[in-house]
Ligand binder design. Structure first.
Ligand SMILES: C[S@@+](CC[C@H](N)C(=O)[O-])C[C@H]1O[C@@H](n2cnc3c(N)ncnc32)[C@H](O)[C@@H]1O
Length: 513
């Protein structure tokens, strides 16, 4: 079922022209992220993202071109040839293998999912049939070999990584484990050269289709594991949404290439992090999603800290933790194992728990790892838990985090007190206390953007933050507050820098100049 793939040969002018005509037809039919939402409505659109197709099937009973394209490319339905002709250049699609003829109906050979770029671009992400949404659980009738090589479309992890990626113009970017090519497509907008690698050769062919159909420059596609395909090469940006799932290596080995790394525990993610430093230019960033084990008797933060390679600053954010049973169930369902019969399911579930027991794994964390190669002797490494909602995209927030770390590293307390700061945009103050009470019990500063952090501050902290508009040095503001609250200004200057550092580190205050 997964053997047929279309071709889009960017070296062949005829093939390029056919791909352009296909793209024009998709646009003309409004087969775009907005067009899809308009046609399906929000509930059916959201249901599709949960691999539920019935609402979308009901919404596409009409015979317009958009309905035809949704049925063909997202719902895997055969459509009568005459109807397809009204929507697509059928001869081109048959020539390049996007469609195949089956009697008097046509079928798509791959999923094509409209995807809106960050600047309103209309893009399309190609993936294996049944994989535009959800995991391998959405696939019916494929043999184990085919399933093992499935190439998935856009998932929550894909868009999370795309959102947190620092989007500076760079010369060279690497997308490691490119899959559908979604990260390479984003990188192609701000990197002069993009290299995309994958262990699965099928993924490389699909990534090439995503780039061609979306009108992006082709990437340098290389097959192989981890950094092996790039030798000693270095990059300004490395992104990876790797096969991070911590799954049992026995008795079956890695079952699904898109998620099972085939190394024990979280070794694949650790190896990626540790080897990244050798492939980054100075100032370059490596950003990846990862799962990590919470091992009995070890602090997870210490484990993660020990992964960070020398010469790199790091910001590691744990977004979620699952106990091992929730974790095993999530990924058993992703593989569709819950439909394989009770005994087989129980045996697989057991294998997951055996592996966790043997490794003393108590829980699994999921999060973001960003490395910046600074070459610093005293790297800044932040490992934190932030499970609350954030506002994507966060690429600029990531860049500013490291800028602030540089500032704090280079600024002693005397320089800090001589510095000027301004309150970051969209920070508000909340007062918490009993109704009717004259004074609040405590004051919270809250960011309404980016990481959407909240932090408790005392009255001095709240007063200080409120006055920070960049005009007065911090020390002078503290002197004025000391006078107001009747505190010794020397003592206040002495005790406040650590609180100011925290407000800067977390992005509530920004150094001016
Ligand atoms: C979770 S998918 C990510 C796909 C895509 N980059 C995204 O963000 O949606 C992981 C990809 O890594 C690939 N992969 C698996 N093992 C790998 C390895 N050892 N080295 C490189 N890529 C690998 C898989 O084939 C798959 O395409």
């Amino acid at each position: 079922m997964t053997t047929h793939l279309p071709t889009a040969d960017d070296q062949d002018p005829d093939s390029s022209a056919r791909t352009s005509r296909l793209r024009a037809a998709l646009l003309a039919a409004a087969f775009t992220a907005d067009g899809l939402l308009d046609l399906l409505g929000a509930p059916a659109y959201a249901a599709l993202a949960r691999s539920e197709t019935v609402p979308a099937l009901r919404a596409t009973r009409g015979d317009g071109p958009l309905e035809t394209l949704v049925r063909l490319f997202l719902l895997q339905r055969p459509v009568p040839e005459a109807r397809v002709r009204a929507a697509l250049p059928v001869a081109d699609c048959l020539a390049d293998g996007w469609l195949v003829r089956d009697g008097d109906v046509l079928r798509a050979t791959v999923d094509v999912r409209p995807y809106g770029g960050p600047e309103g671009q209309d893009w399309w992400i190609v993936s294996d049939l049944g994989c535009a949404v959800g995991g391998a659980g959405g696939i019916r009738g494929a043999g184990e070999d085919d399933r093992a090589r499935l190439v998935l479309g856009v998932g929550g992890a894909s868009t999370t990584l795309a959102g947190i990626t620092a989007r500076r113009p760079v010369a060279k970017a690497l997308d490691l484990g490119t899959g559908s090519g979604i990260q390479a497509l984003h990188a192609a907008q701000h990197a002069t050269r993009v290299t995309a690698t994958d262990l699965n050769p099928r993924a490389l062919r699909i990534a090439a289709l995503t780039l061609a159909l979306s009108g992006a420059r082709p990437a340098d596609l290389r097959e192989g594991s981890l950094f092996e395909p790039v030798g000693e090469e270095t990059f300004d940006l490395i992104v990876s949404n790797p096969p991070f799932v911590i799954s049992p290596v026995r008795p079956e080995g890695a079952r699904l290439t898109y998620r099972d790394g085939g190394m024990g525990g979280d070794d694949l993610c650790r190896t990626l992090v540790q080897q990244a430093a050798a492939h980054l230019n100075i100032g370059g960033y490596c950003q990846l999603l990862a799962n990590w084990e919470h091992v009995a008797g070890e602090e997870w933060q210490d484990r993660l800290r020990s992964w960070v390679p020398r010469g790199c600053d790091a910001w590691i954010v744990q977004r979620e933790v699952q106990d091992i049973t929730q974790y095993a169930e999530l990924w058993l369902r992703d593989a569709g194992d819950h439909r394989t019969g009770q005994d087989a399911y129980a045996a697989r579930y057991d294998a997951w728990l055996d592996e966790f027991e043997a490794r003393k794994t108590k829980a699994v964390g999921f999060g973001w790892i960003t490395l910046r190669k600074s070459g610093a002797q005293d790297p800044s490494i932040t490992v934190e838990e932030w499970p609350h909602p954030v506002e994507q995209p966060l690429g600029d927030v990531v860049l500013r985090h490291f800028d602030r770390q540089d500032y704090l590293r280079a600024t002693d307390d005397a320089a800090l007190l001589a510095g000027h700061f301004r309150l970051a945009d969209e920070v508000v103050q909340e007062q918490v206390g009993l109704p009717g009470a004259e004074d609040p019990e405590h004051v919270v500063l809250r960011q309404n953007r980016g990481m959407r952090r909240a932090t408790k501050v005392d009255t001095v902290g709240a007063g200080f933050a409120g006055v920070c508009d960049g005009s007065l040095p911090a020390g002078r503001i503290l002197d004025a507050i000391a006078q107001l609250v009747g505190e010794d200004p020397v003592l206040l200057r002495d005790r406040t820098p650590s609180a100011i550092r925290m407000l800067i580190e977390q992005g509530f205050l920004e150094p001016v100049g």
